[in-house]
Structures are given as C-alpha cells and as structure tokens.
Design a protein around this ligand. Structure first.
Ligand code: NAD
Ligand code: UDP
Length: 388
C-alpha cells in the first residue's frame, strides 16, 4: 500500500521519521492514527500523557504499525532528550500548548510560557539542525474582526472585506492588556513571527497551521469523568457535558459569537498534505477551517441538542439553554473573538485541500462517540452522591 503513494506532483513519497510533540492530545491522537493507518512514516510521539493514543501503542507489538510508533513521556519545558529526538527526525510537528480559553485569563503566565517560551527550544533545535518544522498556531492570532469595530447597523458589516480572515493580509486585533484572554493569541503570534524570521534570516523550512475550531471525538475531557470536576474545556466538551447530565447548555454572553467548525478528520487530511508536500507547504501559513460551517454559539447549542436527542434516543431538554455572563463563566479578563471565517485561497492553491463534512454530520458522529464513551460513566457519577 504505502510504497505506491505519490505526492501532489506525482513523485513517490519516501518514508520519514516525525517527532510529534503533543502527540497525546486531541489533534495529535488523530494525526498519529492517520499516519499509522495510511502511511509508512515513523512517529516519535512526545507528550506528558498518552491516554488518547494508548490504543495505538498497546498491546505492545500487536499492531501492524507497532514498530513505527514510539512514545516518549517527557515535558518539553525541561528535558534534555528533546534535542536528540528532533535530530533523529526528518520533520518536527509541535502541537504542545495550553489551549483552552478558560486558562488564558486565569493562568496567563502558564499560557504565555507554554505557547511562547516552551516552544523556543523546539524552533531553535530545528533551525540549528536544519530540520523542517510544522508549528501549530491558532486562528485566534487574528483576534477580533475589523467589522466588529463598525457601528452595529453599518452595512459594511455584511461585506466580507471586513470579516474574512486572510493569512497574508488581515491584521491581528487584540483587546487591551487587562483582557488577559489575549495572552494566548499574543504568545502564539510572537512564536509565529519568530518562526517566520528563522525562515527569512536562516532559511529554516517551516509551515504554520492556524486551526479554526477543529472538533471531533477525544476533544478535551468531560469534567468529573476524565478531567477535573471544576475544569472548563472548550465548547464542544462543555455542551457535551451538559447534554450527558441533562442540564441546560450555558450560553456565554447570550451565545452571539460566531464560529466555523471543521471536522477533525477533514482537518487531518490537510496536515497530511503539508507533511507529504514540503515543496508546496514550506514557508506558508495555512488557515485550516470550514467556512461553510458557520453558526452562532446559540445555533451550535440548538443543533447539538437536536443531534444528541437523535443519537441517544433521549427526549430533548425541557429548558435547553441558559444565559450566563462571561465574568461568571470564565472570570475577570475574558474577552471573545466575534467571528471567524477562514479565507481558503492559500491552502486551496498550495495543497488543493477543501473540507467535506457538514456541521450536522460531524456533530452526529462526534455526539455518537460522546454518548457511547461517557453516558454510562456520567449516569453512575450522578447516582453516587444520592447513594452516599
Ligand atoms: P490538546 O490540549 O488536546 O493537546 C496538546 C497536547 O500537548 C496535550 O496532550 C498536552 O499534554 C501536550 N503538552 C502540553 N504541554 C506540554 C509539554 N510541556 N511537554 C509535553 N507535552 C505537552 O490540544 P489540541 O486541540 O490537540 O491542540 C493542539 C495544538 O493546536 C495547540 O498548539 C493548539 O494551540 C492548536 N490549536 C488547536 C485548535 C483546535 O481547534 N483544536 C484551535 C486552535 C489552535
Ligand atoms: N462558550 C459558551 N458556553 C460554554 C463554552 C463556551 O457559550 O459552555 C462560548 C465561548 O464564550 C466562545 C465559544 O463558545 O464564544 C467557543 O468557545 P471555545 O472554548 O470552544 O473556544 P474559542 O473558539 O473561543 O477559542
């Protein structure tokens, strides 16, 4: 299978070794799965956790890919083994980050260290050793749209020029320093600039990925089940948790913000194209999202309620949603991106990639997974206090 594979220009794809940092997370787990199932590449999987890739690692030696994946449990903050692993690999992919909004304003120091300081040695080792880097940034580097500063009734708000986000043209617009929400975006922006400068001044080969709300199975955690009870994950897991517990879904500041959601499996196809087409991917920053899947957070909640009822066979919630202020939900210093529509010109032109899955379909497969994985555990957790 693997030997017949060719790149977008018809050249055979050679097997490579990939040092994947953050391989045990949501995106990393899907990327490892794809690389093991469909390619001949070897993965040196680096993370502090491996729960989400255990199915690929265990039982040891039992999978057709067992000799192509190794797990290295290490914290890149302070581990001298990191440089050796980067040297052994042809390509490094850095996914490691603190990347849940609830942390940006409550743990701004950890957020800045994780997204900027901890990424510095990775960039340095790649540059010094002549290694290619694919670095995961975020769509949040765009911040707010230009349109959000126009009067509410301005017809210009309907003009795509004022809200579509373009890698090589849009400005990065963040809130004030007291709005610590932007600590993440700002740290990501600075590491992007550093990587870009390494490319410009030292010839480092790099690609930067800006994910636009990738969602799917294994995203984050369900509080009190496989994560802390008081933890606040990203919106898919928050709403899944509410649905599993038959609670109203909480709409922050009325759920008016807009997002475009892309299915993780579509997005992983884009990353694989970057991995296997270096001549087309190097030196570029790529938006990876699905501009056709735009909803307000309120609409997302309504759709998830409908889909969950279908896949679980349970009736819809009597009180489906409840409004909550951002201060109450996230604490002081929260702020929000108003709207995120990715321009797709660059990824289309360089890699011919387009997302395929509709929001309804991706929610159906994801909520089927959530129900199958968590419904019983949540039921037991709810029953416990009553039994005590
Ligand atoms: P995730 O939290 O599921 O995965 C990150 C992984 O990095 C975790 O497994 C974590 O243990 C690991 N990690 C963090 N710090 C580490 C360290 N010091 N040493 C070793 N491992 C460490 O997040 P994800 O959704 O998979 O996101 C991956 C990347 O994509 C992040 O850089 C994130 O900022 C970016 N991103 C993702 C999205 C999205 O839609 N999922 C959106 C924007 C940006
Ligand atoms: N949000 C919400 N209820 C929740 C969790 C999140 O209304 O229970 C909102 C949040 O304020 C934001 C959007 O959903 O407007 C997406 O949040 P997420 O945490 O997924 O990350 P973001 O897209 O902001 O990076």
């Amino acid at each position: 299978m693997a030997s017949a594979r060719v790149d977008l220009d018809g050249n055979p794809i050679k097997a490579m070794t990939i040092c994947m940092i953050g391989a045990g997370g949501f995106i990393g787990s899907h990327l490892c799965e794809k690389l093991m199932a469909e390619t001949p590449h070897t993965v040196l999987a680096v993370d502090v956790y491996n729960d989400k890739i255990k199915h690929l690692l265990e039982p040891a030696g039992s999978h057709p890919w067992s000799d192509r994946i190794q797990f290295h449990r290490l914290n890149i903050k302070h581990d001298s083994r990191l440089e050796g692993l980067i040297k052994m690999a042809d390509l490094t992919i850095n996914l490691a980050a603190i990347c849940t909004p609830a942390d940006y304003n409550t743990r701004p120091l950890d957020t800045i260290y994780s997204n900027f300081i901890d990424a510095l040695p990775v960039v340095k080792y790649c540059s010094e050793n002549g290694k290619r880097l694919i670095h995961f940034s975020t769509c949040e580097v765009y911040g707010k749209t230009i349109g959000s500063f126009l009067p509410k009734d301005s017809p210009l708000r309907q003009d795509p020029e004022y809200y579509v986000l373009k890698e090589d043209a849009s400005p990065c617009i963040f809130g004030s320093i007291e709005k610590q929400r932007w600590s993440y975006a700002c740290a990501k922006q600075l590491i992007e600039r550093l990587i870009y400068a390494e490319g410009a001044e030292n010839g480092m080969e790099f690609s930067i990925v800006r994910p636009f709300n990738w969602i799917g199975p294994r995203m984050d955690f369900i509080p009190g089940i496989d994560g802390p009870s008081e933890g606040v994950p990203r919106v898919l897991a928050c709403f899944s948790n509410n649905l599993l517990r038959h609670e109203p879904l909480k709409l922050v500041d009325g759920g008016q913000s807009q997002r475009t959601f892309v299915y993780i499996k579509d997005a992983i196809e884009a990353v694989l194209l970057m991995i296997e087409n270096p001549a087309r991917a190097n030196g570029h920053i790529f938006n990876v999202g699905n501009p056709n899947n735009e909803v307000t957070v309120r609409q997302l909640a309504e759709m998830m309620i409908q889909v969950y009822s279908k896949v679980s066979g349970e009736p819809s919630l009597e009180v489906p949603t409840v409004d909550v202020s951002s201060q109450e939900f996230y604490g002081v210093g929260y702020d929000d991106s108003d709207k995120r529509i990715p321009d797709m010109t660059i990824i289309n032109r360089q890699l011919g990639w387009n997302p395929k899955t509709s929001l309804w379909d991706l929610l159906e497969s994801t909520l089927t997974y959530q129900h199958r994985t968590y419904a019983e555990a949540v039921k037991q957790a709810i029953a416990k206090p009553a039994a005590n």
